[in-house]
Design a protein around this ligand. Structure first.
Ligand code: FMN
Length: 471
C-alpha cells in the first residue's frame, strides 16, 4: 500500500520525500508511515540534531512574538558560506524579538556580505579582525566572548566546525568560540557532500559531545544550481525560535530565587597515586537535572565527580574526585533550598592509599582494606542547622529496586528517593534513557522510560510543585 502511494506521487513530491527520508535515515516507505502516523505536514522542517528540541508549533509561535528576547544578548558569528545572506536576516529577526546583538564576520563571510550591512542591521559595528587595535582596546575578544548570553554561529561552515572541534583559534571568530563560557548554537550549512563527509561527521560528534547545540541543516535545494540534499541552513525563523528556547524566553521560572545543590557522576577513590576505585556512572542524569533546574530559574551549584561530559550552561560547577571531597564541597555550598544527590558516590575507599605506586613482584597481591565513605545524603538530610527544605536522593539498584529504595528513604532521612534499575541489561549506567520510581512517604510513582533530560524536566516540575511559590 505504501509502495503504491509512493509510485503515484508526482516527481516533485517524490523528490522531496526522498530528501526527507535521507535526512531522517529512513526508507521512503517508513518515512510515509511516520508522516501518516504523526499527521505531520510535509513542509515541516527536518528534525534538529543534537539536544535542541524541534520547535513546538503553538508555543513556539506564541514565544516568537516581539519582545520574547528582551534584555538578552546574542553574539552572532557569520561564517563564509553562501547562506551568509540568511545570517543578515537572522540579525533582523533576533532584534525584532528585543535582543541586543553583536556580530562577527569571518574573512570568508565578508566575501558574501559586508560588515557595513551586518553592522547597520545589528545597530552596532560588526567585528572582523582579531588584531584590530580599536576593537581590542574598545571591547576586546574576551569581552566579546563573555558579554553575551549565547553565541550563535550561522551559517556554520565545514571549516568553522572543524576549527571548533579541534580548538583552533586563528581568527576573531574561532578565538571567541574558544574563549566563551556561554552556550553555543551552530546552524551548519554546506554542500551535502561536505555534510556527509566522515570528517564533518566526526567534527559534529565532537561538538555535540562538547555541549554545542546544533540546529539543522535541513534537506532541500542548495543555492548552487542543480544540487539538492541535506545541507541547507535552517531558516532564520527556526534559528531564532531555537535561540528563544535555549535562552528560556517566555518560559516560566518556577524555581526563581531557589538555591539548589546537585551532585553528579562517580567518585574516584585512590588506591595509590595512579590507581583508583570507580563506578560506571556517566553523570548524564545529574547534569541534566542541574541544567533543567537552571533553566527553571534556580541558582544551581553542581558538585561533579570525574565525568567526560560538558558542564551544563548557567550552572556553577565544582569538580571533585573523592567522596570526602564531594561532601566538603556540598557542605561549603549549603545552605540551599533543595538538594538533589544524583552522584554515584563510592561506598568504600581504601583505608590507607599508597603514597607511591604499589609494586607487583613482591610474591603476593596487596590486600586492600576498605573503610566506609561518609554518607553525603544522610549527612545533609540530618544536618542540624542547614538541612535543605527538600532533600532528594537517588538509589541505583540491581534488584528489589523499590523495596531497597523504601529502606533507603527511611534510613537516610531524606524526603524523596528516585530509584532506578542500573542492571547492565537496562543500559541506564552511561546511557541516555532512564526509568525511575519516585519513592516518598506518600507512596511510589513509576515514571515511564524516557530520555534523562525528560526525567530531569519532570523532576524539576515536581520540585517546583512541592516548594510552592517563593515566600
Ligand atoms: C561560492 C562559495 C560558496 C561556499 N559555500 C560554502 C558553504 O555553504 N558552506 C561551507 O562550509 N563552505 C562554503 N564555502 C567554502 C568556505 O567559504 C571556505 O571553506 C572558507 O574557508 C570558510 O571560511 P570560514 O569558515 O572562516 O568562514 C564556499 C566557498 C565559495 C567560494
Amino acid at each position: 500500500m505504501t509502495n503504491l502511494t509512493i509510485r503515484r506521487l508526482d516527481e516533485a513530491l517524490k523528490h522531496r520525500l526522498r530528501l526527507r527520508a535521507a535526512q531522517n535515515g529512513r526508507s521512503m516507505e517508513k518515512e510515509v508511515r511516520c508522516l501518516l502516523a504523526a499527521g505531520l505536514s510535509e513542509d515541516g522542517p527536518g528534525p534538529m540534531l543534537g539536544p535542541v528540541a524541534k520547535p513546538a508549533s503553538p508555543a513556539g509561535a506564541a514565544a516568537a512574538q516581539a519582545g520574547a528576547l528582551a534584555g538578552r544578548r546574542v553574539l552572532l558569528i557569520i561564517g563564509g558560506g553562501i547562506a551568509a545572506y540568511k545570517g543578515l536576516d537572522l540579525i533582523r529577526r533576533v532584534r525584532e524579538r528585543g535582543a541586543e546583538m553583536r556580530v562577527i564576520l569571518t574573512y570568508g563571510a565578508q566575501q558574501f556580505v559586508t560588515p557595513l550591512a551586518a553592522g547597520a542591521l545589528a545597530g552596532e559595528r560588526a567585528y572582523t579582525d582579531l588584531f584590530d587595535q580599536t576593537t581590542e582596546f574598545d571591547v576586546g575578544h574576551i569581552r566579546l566572548a563573555r558579554d553575551t548570553d549565547l553565541v550563535a554561529v550561522a551559517p556554520a561552515t565545514a571549516n568553522l566546525m572543524a576549527k571548533m572541534a579541534a580548538g583552533l583559534a586563528d581568527d576573531l571568530a574561532s578565538t571567541v568560540l574558544l574563549a566563551t563560557d556561554k552556550p553555543v548554537l551552530i546552524a551548519p550549512a554546506m554542500n551535502p557532500q561536505m555534510w556527509a563527509h566522515p570528517a564533518t561527521r566526526r567534527n559534529l560528534a565532537r561538538l555535540t559531545a562538547d555541549g554545542v547545540r546544533v540546529i539543522g541543516p535541513n534537506a532541500g535545494e542548495m543555492a548552487e544550481r542543480g544540487e539538492a540534499g541535506v545541507g541547507r541552513m535552517a531558516e532564520p525563523g527556526e534559528i531564532a525560535g531555537a535561540l528563544e528556547r535555549l535562552l528560556g524566553a517566555g518560559m516560566p521560572h518556577p524555581l526563581k530565587g531557589q538555591r539548589m545543590i546537585v551532585t553528579s557522576g562517580p567518585t574516584h577513590e585512590p588506591i595509590d597515586p595512579v590507581r583508583y576505585i570507580a563506578n560506571r556512572s556517566s553523570g548524564k542524569q545529574g547534569h541534566a537535572i542541574a541544567e533543567a533546574a537552571a533553566r527553571a530559574g534556580a541558582d544551581v551549584t553542581l558538585v561533579s565527580g570525574p565525568v567526560a561530559i560538558a558542564d551544563p550552561p548557567g550552572v556553577r560547577v565544582i569538580k571533585v574526585e573523592s567522596a570526602r571531597a564531594m561532601l566538603a564541597a556540598v557542605e561549603a555550598a549549603l545552605p540551599a533550598d533543595v538538594g538533589v544527590f544524583a552522584a554515584a558516590v563510592a561506598d568504600w575507599r581504601v583505608a590507607e592509599a599508597g603514597e607511591q605506586k604499589i609494586k607487583k613482584g613482591t610474591g603476593s597481591a596487596p590486600q586492600l582494606a576498605l573503610v566506609e565513605n561518609p554518607d553525603i545524603l544522610a549527612t545533609v538530610a540530618r544536618h542540624p542547622t542547614k538541612r535543605p527544605r527538600l532533600v532528594i536522593g537517588f538509589a541505583a539498584e540491581t534488584e528489589h529496586v523499590i523495596a531497597h529504595a523504601r529502606a533507603k528513604l527511611a534510613a537516610k532521612g531524606c524526603d524523596w528517593i528516585l530509584a532506578n534499575d542500573v542492571s547492565p541489561r537496562t543500559g541506564v549506567m552511561g546511557g541516555d534513557a532512564n526509568s525511575v520510581h519516585l519513592v516518598s512517604e506518600g507512596g511510589v510513582e513509576s515514571w515511564p522510560r524516557q530520555p534523562k533530560a525528560a526525567v530531569a524536566q519532570s523532576l524539576v516540575e515536581r520540585i517546583a510543585q512541592a516548594l510552592g511559590p517563593r515566600q
